[in-house]
Design a protein around this ligand. Structure first.
Ligand code: BG6
Length: 485
């Protein structure tokens, strides 16, 4: 029976804007994350017109990793991490995005961070763009709706591939590039692509244009990354939320199939190097006037990714509506229905460990590329006890159930899995709500939604459990008794 690779990359995942803070340190520019206020469970974050005095922007300080990363890397080392997934804040390297020359202080920060990780035996796994494009590119170019942003991104990618040659081997281009797929979320359009939809604009058409430029930029980055260092492994990063049919009714099955196609055509393009026919037909039928050139299509063919990085938190179920159109296209929230067979988190995320194994089989059958689970985790309210402990057995239960399923995918189904980096290994700012109290970490950070706290770090029960999991290469998933407070 197949086993997890001996060099399996057990790790933890974060993103620059969600933990670094230091939003104006070292010449950093303003990013899209810097103009998003704090929301709450069920309350959307607001996008402000630039940074407005008096508003609460949780990413500005985050957990101050910018100043405290050495202390945090020691906690990661003791935990046994083999790799650490983070992103490079584009705005530290090109503060506005369209400069000719990069910002040396920003480049030096990541040199120092990557050196510190290597000194402690931890491999950096780097996302080029994780919800943090320069805000200047939004105000001056309209975000990814402008073809010139391809060149800015490729310049950024080329700069960091060259600078960190030999220090970084695993890369991903765009975090959860497919989050924007149904074009209905203001948040996703802004964080993924810097898009603010104008009155009268068709959001889907704008999204398809921006996403096209992104997949072209991704394919160009893959080519440059391989030229700079043939040892580079450059992946896609896909938000995997399997869509199940709500019933065995054929129309529901067709609806689920189209929902999967609609969310994962990004992976089709990034892995296969071409658009699927149904999508090209759909875009034509809708009358979208898209700037997709023959030269672009050649670029896509020439830049397939090496592996599929993906996040997995939940699954969803969809149903056809009575007046379902021939396209079966996603229309509104009524397409999505609750799945009575799975539980939900306090934020309504459906908990479905078997869905992870299903997703891994689905990816493998479709693309035949190695997989890397680069996000998975359980956002919950934690209680810090007076003696600084956190008894987060619910988090251990969630992670254990998912690890059990990916082990089955490897051992029974023969799937090639590079590693596993649970999300928010250290508590950080939630991307979706801007909260601190929606916690994912195995390391607690003393800061709350109000922005108060000492920023001290404490090991949760899940820290000791994950330490054992890593030490046994996933063989021992049983509970452990915390050894120290
Ligand atoms: C993924 C993102 O969507 O999910 C992360 O890549 C994000 O940036 C994570 O933080 C969890 O989502 P949230 O909204 O709970 O922070």
């Amino acid at each position: 029976m197949a086993k997890l690779r001996k060099d399996f990359l057990w790790g933890g995942a974060v993103a620059a804007h969600q933990l670094e803070g230091g939003w104006q340190e070292g010449g950093k520019g303003v990013s899209v994350a810097d103009v998003m206020t704090a929301g709450a469970n069920g309350v959307d974050r607001r996008i402000t017109d630039g940074v407005v005095a008096g508003e609460n922007y949780p990413n500005h300080e985050a957990i101050d990793f910018y100043h405290r990363y050495k202390e945090d890397v020691q906690l990661f080392k003791e935990l046994g991490l083999k790799c650490f997934r983070t992103s490079i804040a584009w705005t530290r390297i090109f503060p506005n995005g369209d400069e000719d020359e990069p910002n040396e202080a920003g480049l030096q920060f990541y040199d120092d961070l990557f050196d510190e990780l290597h000194r402690n035996g931890i491999e950096p796994v780097i996302t080029l763009s994780h919800f943090e494009m320069p805000y200047h590119l939004v105000t001056e170019y309209g975000g990814w709706r402008d073809r010139r942003v391809i060149d800015f991104f490729v310049k950024f990618a080329t700069t960091v591939f060259k600078r960190y040659k030999g220090k970084v081997h695993y890369w991903m281009t765009f975090n959860e590039i497919n989050n924007q797929a149904d074009a209905s979320s203001t948040f996703a359009l802004f964080t993924n692509s810097g898009l603010l939809i104008k009155p009268g604009e068709n959001a889907a058409a704008v999204m398809y244009q921006a996403a096209h430029y992104e997949v072209v930029a991704s394919a160009l980055a893959v080519q440059v990354g391989h030229q700079v260092d043939p040892a580079n492994q450059i992946g896609a990063m896909i938000a995997m939320v399997p869509f199940y049919p709500a019933s065995a009714k054929p129309e529901d099955v067709m609806k689920a199939e189209r929902a999967m196609q609609s969310r994962y055509w990004f992976a089709d393009v990034q892995c296969n190097g071409r658009y699927p026919a149904w999508l090209t037909n759909y875009q034509h039928a809708q009358g979208y006037d898209l700037d997709i050139t023959l030269a672009d299509l050649d670029v896509l063919q020439a830049g397939p990714v090496d592996y599929i990085g993906f996040s997995y938190y939940m699954s969803m179920a969809v149903q056809a509506q009575a007046d379902e159109p021939a396209s079966y296209a996603y229309r509104d929230a009524n397409d999505i229905v609750a799945n009575p067979h799975v539980a939900r988190s306090d934020w309504g995320w459906q908990i479905d460990p078997v869905g992870l194994r299903y997703a891994m089989n689905w990816f493998t059958d479709r693309y035949r590329k190695p997989l890397f689970i680069v996000e998975n985790g359980f956002g919950a309210i934690d209680q810090l006890t007076a003696d600084h402990q956190v008894h987060d057995d619910y988090r251990v239960d969630y992670l254990r159930a998912h690890i059990e399923q990916f082990k089955l995918a490897v051992e029974v189904d023969g799937i090639d899995l590079i590693g596993y980096t649970p999300w928010g290994i250290i508590d950080l700012v939630s991307a979706g709500t801007g909260q601190m109290d929606k916690r994912y970490g195995v390391i607690y950070v003393d800061k709350n939604d109000a922005g108060t706290g000492t920023l001290a770090r404490y090991k949760k029960d899940s820290y000791y459990w994950y330490q054992q999991v890593i030490a046994t290469n996933g063989d021992d998933l049983t509970a452990v008794t915390p050894k120290e407070s």
